[in-house]
Design a protein around this ligand. Sequence first.
Ligand SMILES: Cc1ncc(C[n+]2csc(CCOP(=O)(O)OP(=O)(O)O)c2C)c(N)n1
Ligand SMILES: [Mg+2]
Length: 328
Amino acid sequence: MAAEVGKDKLLEMYRTMQTIRQFEERLRDIFKEGKIPGFVHVSIGEEASATGVCAALTDTDYITSTHRGHGHLIAKGGKISPMMAEIYGKSTGYCKGKGGSMHIADFEIGILGANGIVGAGLPIATGAGLAAQVRGSDEVAVCFFGDGASNEGTFHESLNIASAWKLPVIYVCENNLYGEFTAGKDVTSVKDIADRARGHDMPGVVVNGNDVVEVYETTNQAVERARRGEGPTLIECKTYRWEGHVVGEEAFMGDKSYRPKDEIEEWKKRCPLITFEQRFVPAGVVSQAEIDAVKAEVAGVIDEAVTFAEDSPLPEPAEALDDMFSAA
Ligand SMILES: Cc1ncc(C[n+]2csc(CCOP(=O)(O)OP(=O)(O)O)c2C)c(N)n1
Ligand SMILES: [Mg+2]
């Protein structure tokens, strides 16, 4: 299967996963130094789902993202330096420093926005799919959301109408087993969220969300189906977040633990980057030198973004009320 994907695509996906990983590791460390306002939610350990899905899209396709959205934005082509500056609250950021981590959007490349409201991306992506259908374009819309969001009303409302109207939408549930500090198994009626697709008469597929190739190939099939006018698909990516729900949660959680340590260690063995390297380097598909070169190149990109963010000015207080409302 992977042979059909081709070396260039594999390396491109590896580079994206490295960029997400290094971006968020730096962000986590900088946040802990107290340099960043607000909250940041990192997706370390979940890089393959964002990467594999977006690798199957073009610039004119749409995504909606979540509070844990840096990976989705990077994978869809978001610019690293303005993203970093935005999270620092600087005027050179995507929202001139007024939005922060959960409000980054880039309409020119189909990023309809991260979103701090859990489940809110579902109807937005569904509406983007409807707009594409009405325009007669072949664009598709992808909605990323979590296992927690799949227990909300917006999930069912969106899947229902997308199926009834055969909208070109791909619903991607990143099931990382937890919603904040609650285990999904304690509050969810099904073992596989993909099973919920049946209730809305659409295909529901479970994938190993840490296997970038499997995610990419499954998304490709869903995209083709959507472009043919056959309607939506629900893809459930089984994955895991290595870090807390928010960076620094230990400061207010104390020693209250809501997940077993050995569970975290077990999932770290399924790291999407390491498993990629273990699979493709010994097989001779990519060389260790190529892997090392990607890591070094990405480190340079992240250094540049941090310098850009740190050197940029804060927004002027006089501009506090600018850009608050849409002109149209
Ligand atoms: C409508 C709404 N309800 C509750 C919250 C608080 N909240 C923020 S993240 C989160 C958990 C979401 O879990 P999940 O959808 O699984 O995403 P994950 O954080 O695991 O990536 C909750 C309940 C919110 N932001 N919006
Ligand atoms: Mg979750």
